[in-house]
Design a protein around this ligand. Structure first.
Ligand code: TXA
Ligand code: MG
Length: 325
């Protein structure tokens, strides 16, 4: 059921059940992070392997100290200026966080979602919320309550509807290695902004599919069921039009000479934030169209464009594996 009642969501969560929750990035599939049966239920509903750990959502930086041994100065600086917001920090975990949540890792991922309903929900609860994106494992993240309902509605009792997500891309994941801030997943908070706050360069780890540090780094991820092809700047769109059975995901303009129904434009004005907000919804819509292949245009490689290109790249990498959900 989709609804807007925070107390109903709180009641189900207090019972140990899992519910859909809105955040500024994408919708989450939330459960009591301190209760193993709830965490297990999240993995089960999402059909997610247990080696892929969950982000724990809390209501304040002070609350983070309950679950992390300490917050290194540089990460605290980021927390103070960017939280609540699309940032997740990997921190040494305290005992109270079950190993199941971190897949056995000594670090826990903590984040404060910038959504008034979910912050109000966290205030009603006396436990933090473990929440991965509320999609079946490997599929496109949901940015509306309806997206969650379409795929998981029959498995969960409630989806808290907070409207369409304002950022539209998952949080940026950061941690420390030695004295250096490392980005493990590009996301809704730009790397440039992080570097500006810190006054120094960070290390952006290229994703790998073997032994991932953060399995959001898995190459095969965020993928539609259709084959997706990521087109670079030299791609011949004119030639592509001649092909049947294809649809298009474009940045600012429609491909001329082709039906608009088979195309989605992320932001006609070229606004990268609008493009991010529309990305997953458009990918889902194209995935429903009667065509075989999605050609996607890559975006200028800066700011959120880097995170968007990352998602498009992974969606293309996973395109041939039809059984990954
Ligand atoms: O914006 C977001 O981060 C959304 C909303 C719902 O908060 N959540 C989200 O969760 O994207 P999920 O599970 O779809 O992606 C979280 C990523 C995963 O790739 C996971 O491997 C990584 O974070 N992660 C979580 N805990 C970790 C840990 N302890 N160590 C390393 N990576 C971790
Ligand atoms: Mg996810």
């Amino acid at each position: 059921m989709i609804g807007k009642d925070i107390r109903v969501a709180a009641k189900f969560l207090a019972e140990g059940q899992v519910v859909g929750i809105p955040t500024e990035t994408v919708y989450g599939l939330a459960g009591n992070a301190l209760r193993e049966e709830s965490v297990l239920r999240i993995f089960e509903v999402k059909n997610r392997p247990h080696f892929d750990p969950l982000i724990v959502h809390v209501r304040s930086v002070e609350e983070m100290q309950k679950y992390a041994v300490s917050i290194p100065d540089k990460l605290l600086m980021l927390a103070r200026s960017c939280m609540p917001g699309p940032l997740t920090l990997l921190l040494q975990k305290k005992e109270i966080i079950p190993d199941l949540v971190t897949s056995g890792s000594a670090r826990v991922a903590l984040r404060i979602p910038a959504h008034p309903m979910t912050l109000a929900l966290l205030n009603e609860l006396d436990f933090p919320l473990a929440a991965p994106s509320a999609n079946p494992f490997g599929y496109i993240s949901p940015t509306t309550a309806k997206h969650v309902d379409n795929q998981l509605g029959d498995k969960i009792p409630y989806i808290l509807d907070g409207g369409p997500c304002q950022v539209g891309l998952e949080s940026t994941i950061a941690g420390m290695e030695d004295d250096r801030v490392v980005i493990y997943r590009k996301g809704g908070l730009e790397v440039e902004k992080i570097e500006q706050i810190l006054g120094e360069k960070v290390l952006v780890k290229p994703h790998s599919s073997s032994k991932p540090e953060a399995p959001g780094m898995l190459t095969l991820h965020y993928a539609p069921r259709k084959q997706m092809v990521l087109a670079d700047a030299h791609f011949d769109w004119g030639h592509a039009v001649a092909e049947k059975d294809v649809c298009y995901l474009r940045f600012k303009t429609y491909v001329p000479g082709l039906e608009k129904e088979k195309q989605r434009v992320l932001s006609p004005s070229g606004d990268i934030h609008e493009a991010a907000r529309n990305l997953f919804r458009h990918m889902r819509e194209l995935d429903e169209l009667p065509c075989r292949v999605i050609f996607a245009e890559s975006l200028p490689a800066e700011g959120l464009g880097l995170a968007i290109n990352d998602r498009l790249g992974r969606a293309s990498a996973g395109a041939f594996d039809k059984n990954r959900d």
